[in-house]
Design a protein around this ligand. Structure first.
Ligand SMILES: [Fe+2]
Length: 463
């Protein structure tokens, strides 16, 4: 058996599918609220060809799974993202690039790694972008899911772009960063509401680290310099080039949105890792951040290890800009990650976070058994579980048109039933997860587990 075939990420519902499908008038258990008009989209890895070597979950070609909802009816469509790497491999009829566990192809003129576009989605400046943190994003059209191509902002994007830029819901600006194992280790940028890069600033870090997410407030951006370090000496010895250094503090850099390296104020806490932030906002003289904190992470070294320290838990940090002090507080003992909020409140004081809840039984590959709603004002926690042997991915919040309350809308995610080998789009009432699904839209094909999702209201469609 090859190393690739042994990967838990090529088995069961992590295994790729090989068809692109379109299916209209899907069966629904319950009723899709008629006010819902838009597309739920989820990105994720789906290798076009068998990997040539060891396979990591992060390696697969990006595939989008979209469910368009209108007038109480649903249409499903899945499409691979036609990246340059996808097309080269398609023409070759086989995989060319190895993955994260293999030696980078420094002699490949098309890139040492394949930009799969497989990680996340963001809509900004009338464009839907699919993101991959090692390179530029790709633009995709909705609802057709056709790939437009690489988006390098007229050649101005000279660094990779995080999979998690943040869009200001009031100004339309987008803030982002890119990290690199060679200097500058971090670059911070701002895209105007019209879609032009208007700021690109190198940020000094003590050493090269992997940075997955960031956060934004009305006036500040927050960069996460956490000790998941690149170590070239280790790589030369044949060890994994990335490791968690528990001798190094976690550093949190806060800078004005249009600031530069000299404006960054760094705060330090005990070492930790945060893959995903929920939201941040300003309150009095402080910046408040919510996110999912791990004691450490071996995810890039140990292929999905599930030791408890690797499990993320919802936390709150308060960075006092006047005193320079930082407070860190755990909000839940149960492991959750992939936090999402009502994005019309991004960067502003918000109350609710909807997080994916890890399954409580340890397994070789991470699966999510439910969705957890945190009320950050009262501390109340509401949990919905999808049922025995049913697992989901990230749940996103779609606001009800005209809603005034922050949680007035719907929480949506794909759920896979491992016993029935069946998939559905589950729609929950954001105000009351415990009421159970309003609608369960039956997807006629398997939807493999994936990464990040997005809600695209119909007024944002391109086609
Ligand atoms: Fe992510």
């Amino acid at each position: 058996m090859s190393a690739a075939a042994e990967s838990p990420f090529l088995r069961d519902n992590f295994a790729p599918i090989h068809e692109e499908t379109e299916a209209a008038d899907l069966k629904v258990i319950g009723e899709i609220p008629r006010e819902i008009d838009g597309m739920f989209l989820r990105n994720g890895p789906n290798p076009q060809f068998d990997p040539p070597g060891a396979y990591h979950w992060f390696d697969g070609d990006g595939m989008l799974h979209g469910t368009q909802l209108r007038d109480g009816r649903a249409t499903y469509r899945n499409r691979w993202i036609r990246t340059q790497g996808f097309q080269k491999e398609h023409a070759a009829g086989k995989a060319i690039w190895g993955g994260l566990f293999e030696m980078p192809q420094f002699d490949n003129p098309d890139g040492a790694f394949k930009n799969t576009g497989n990680t996340a989605l963001v809509h900004q400046a009338d464009r839907l972008l699919t993101l991959w943190e090692g390179g530029p994003p790709h633009q995709v059209r909705t609802p057709s899911l056709e790939t437009v191509g690489l988006q390098d902002f007229h050649g101005k994007l000279t660094c990779p772009m995080t999979a998690h830029p943040k869009v200001d819901p009031v100004t339309g600006e987008m803030v982002f960063f890119g990290y690199s194992p060679i200097p500058p280790f971090c670059t911070y940028g701002v895209v105007s509401a019209r879609g032009e890069i208007v700021r690109l600033e190198p940020i000094e870090l003590p050493s090269a680290v992997m940075m997955h997410d960031m956060a934004m407030t009305e006036n500040f951006s927050i960069l996460l310099d956490l000790p998941l370090c690149f170590d070239l000496e280790r790589a030369m010895r044949g060890e994994p080039p990335i490791h968690f250094d528990d001798q190094r503090p976690a550093r949190w850099g806060i800078l004005p949105r249009h600031g530069d390296n000299g404006d960054v104020r760094w705060f330090e806490t005990a070492p930790c890792y945060v893959f995903h932030t929920s939201n941040a906002y300003e309150e009095d003289d402080a910046v408040v951040l919510h996110g999912c904190r791990m004691e450490r992470t071996d995810v890039l070294v140990d292929d999905g290890a599930q030791q408890d320290a690797n499990n993320a838990r919802m936390h709150r940090w308060r960075f006092d800009l006047a005193s320079g002090e930082v407070q860190e507080e755990r909000l839940d003992d149960v492991a959750t990650d992939f936090p999402r909020v009502n994005e019309t409140r991004l960067g502003r004081k918000n109350r609710y976070s909807f997080n994916a809840a890890f399954e409580r039984e340890a397994s070789q590959a991470p699966r999510f058994e439910g969705v957890t709603k945190y009320d950050q004002e009262t501390g109340a926690i509401q949990r919905h579980r999808y049922g025995p042997d049913r697992f989901a991915g990230e749940a996103v919040f779609a606001p009800r048109p005209g809603a005034r309350e922050e949680d007035d809308g719907w929480v949506m995610t794909y759920v896979h039933d491992e016993r029935e080998n069946a998939d559905e789009l589950v729609i929950l009432d954001g105000r009351d997860l415990s009421a159970g699904p309003l609608a369960r839209v039956q997807i006629p094909v398997r939807v493999p587990y994936g990464f990040h999702a997005a809600w695209i209201p119909a007024e944002q469609y391109d086609d």
